[in-house]
Design a protein around this ligand. Sequence first.
Ligand code: ADP
Ligand code: ARG
Length: 340
Amino acid sequence: MTALALPEGSNSLVKKHLSRKILTRLEHRKTDSGFTLAKAIRSGIKNPDSSIGIYAGDAQSYHTLSPLLDPIISEYHGFSKTCPHTSDITPIALPLIDPEGSYIRSTRIRVARNLKGFSFPCHMTLSQRKELEQNILVALRGLKDDLKGKYVSFEQMDDTAFQRLKKEGLTFEKGDRFQEAAGMNADFPKCRGVFHSDNNQLLAWVNEEDHLRIISLEKTSDISTVYNRLCRALPALNSRLDFAWDKTYGYLTSCPTNIGTAMRAGVHIRLERLASKKNLLQVLARRWNLQIRGTRGEKTRVENAIFDISNRQRLGISEFGIIQNLYKGLLAIIAAEKNL
Ligand code: ADP
Ligand code: ARG
């Protein structure tokens, strides 16, 4: 058995696609920054219950490890990298889905971004993380009007301040065991922090799973306003930061599930009746290519019938395409809930 063997019984995509032939082809490859197959699959080896099990350590990983990453990407996104990825981040105007707020508690849209020229979070030195944080802070300081706000560094934050941010849903925490095994928690909490606009509707998480998670959110079903805020914040940040991008893979991220648009657009929605008809909810979600997560984020459980419903596919679809599917899917789900 080779040291790179994935655990027996694992159903991860990396286990499925890492054939002996691909292993032999990739095991001695290295990116310019020294990232290897062994490092990429650490998390999948340590965590047999991984669904994916692989992370990229830098932008070049997507090319160096493409014989393994490409089939994983095609299977996850349902899309082979046959044509260039196009991005369409322009303002929209859609009617409110749930004007009375009977179902939708909040809407949240996030994109992941990494900066060109830096390794990704599972493969960074402390000094790179520091330099990166400084570059990001300069860009965040340039945000104007309703987008302006303040950066709270994890190193300077006391527990009371952290609990307050957590209660308001503004912060992230130390990475989970999947991220830990990948090396993403190195030097935590150093060079990590959260930017929040004065109205708490725009957030930027620094040095979490990706260099930046840029998040727009509010406690309404107003997808257009939430999306349009992101449409304003992204070019403002991009004018000062150079994002890692590839013409076929789109925006490059640590996890291959996030490449392409790197966008997850979703709502917290209370579905009291569908909560006891989970199969029907799954059918509807699949029809609109949506994913269901728990109330407190990925790999958590649904509490008080509050589901997190968001897009699953991020590559091979534009940002606007994602919003359209989410919109139509939510209308169908709310109609089903009403009919029960
Ligand atoms: P990510 O969105 O970064 O892929 P998670 O699924 O872990 O990762 O979600 C991050 C956090 O965002 C979690 O604390 C989750 O509860 C919160 N969240 C997700 N969707 C919404 C939403 N629609 N409204 C409010 N908070 C949300
Ligand atoms: N690595 C984890 C797994 O394989 C998470 C994958 C998707 N989620 C993410 N946050 N990247 O199950």
